[in-house]
Design a binder for this molecule. Structure first.
Ligand SMILES: Nc1ncnc2c1ncn2[C@@H]1O[C@H](COP(=O)(O)OP(=O)(O)O)[C@@H](O)[C@H]1O
Ligand SMILES: [Mg+2]
Length: 271
């Protein structure tokens, strides 16, 4: 990672945690730390007291420690960044800075201050979580859950992927997340793509769920079926697709869909 990417990454993490961008002094401290400068040198360069610079630095390391899930300080900042490069949570809903294997969200593409849709209460929410696996004992993952919750509920990210080798805990993390936030949505659906549904089958399953509940909600009868994306635009939905790798060719560069599943690409792009 170069310095610009490091500052951008830190800014994203601080924004996710505090709702504010890095301030000028925080950024100067980050840049100085990356260049191996001491607090004394940094303070001199910006004409501030060393105590003040140290104090702001400590606050910054504290915020980053929470987001990194490990203790970060001036001495280990560089190595902590390197470890984070192997992080496994990827957010495609936003602009992405890619460096090696590490991707992290940038500014949301859509305005961050989208008005909050009224969270539905449980009576109006429609859930199909029959395919969601049972979760046994679940440990840790607090910071990942916080990050995902912020991306979804506060930043309104529309598409997020969890990637990593098999057995790393992606499904478990997603199950725990769904349990925590499902009631914030009108619809919550879990699909495991191990039976390779065609896009038509997948879309009609979802549309069926929307249509059923619209009928139940006593909307006009004989309503015409709309394309799936229209339902997704009109309702606040949490949809989890597990085992999405089944849609992709193995042994190819990432992102090559099997010919019969090519249309999923368009759906993801629409979202
Ligand atoms: N946070 C966790 N706490 C406890 N067990 C976990 C946790 N994450 C994963 N596991 C266990 O590890 C195994 C693999 O997890 P899983 O979520 O299926 O991984 P993946 O979806 O990445 O292949 C499962 O048996 C699961 O119960
Ligand atoms: Mg899994």
């Amino acid at each position: 990672m170069n310095l610009k990417e490091v500052v951008k990454l830190a800014d994203d993490l601080v924004l996710a945690k505090t709702g504010k961008h890095l301030n000028e002094l925080q950024e100067i401290i980050l840049r100085g730390t990356w260049e191996d400068e001491g607090y004394k040198e940094i303070a001199k360069a910006v004409n501030r007291s060393e105590d003040r610079v140290r104090e702001v630095g400590m606050e910054l390391w504290q915020i980053l420690s929470q987001e990194f899930g490990e203790k970060v300080n001036k001495k280990n900042f560089r190595s902590a960044i390197e470890r984070l490069q192997n992080a496994s949570v990827v957010n495609f809903g936003q602009d992405v800075v890619v460096s090696g294997t590490f991707n992290i969200c940038g500014e949301p593409r859509h305005p961050p201050n989208i008005p909050n849709l009224h969270p539905p209460n449980q009576e109006t929410s429609h859930q199909d979580l029959s395919e969601m696996p049972e979760l046994g004992t679940f440990f840790d993952r607090t910071s990942e859950l916080d990050t995902l919750t912020t991306w979804i509920l506060q930043q309104h990210s529309r598409l997020i992927t969890l990637t990593g080798i098999s057995g790393i805990g992606k499904t478990s993390l997603a199950v725990q997340l769904v349990k925590q936030i499902k009631d914030e949505f009108e619809y919550a659906v879990w699909y495991t793509l191990d039976e390779f549904p065609t896009i038509d089958k997948f879309q009609s399953n979802l549309i069926q769920l929307f249509s059923n509940s619209e009928k139940q909600d006593s909307s006009p009868t004989n309503q015409k079926r709309l394309p799936l994306i229209k339902y997704l635009q009109n309702h606040r939905c949490l949809i989890v697709l597990d085992d999405v790798h089944n849609l992709l060719c193995s042994g190819e560069l990432a992102g090559k869909y099997k010919p019969e599943y090519e249309e999923y690409r368009s759906l993801f792009k629409q979202i």
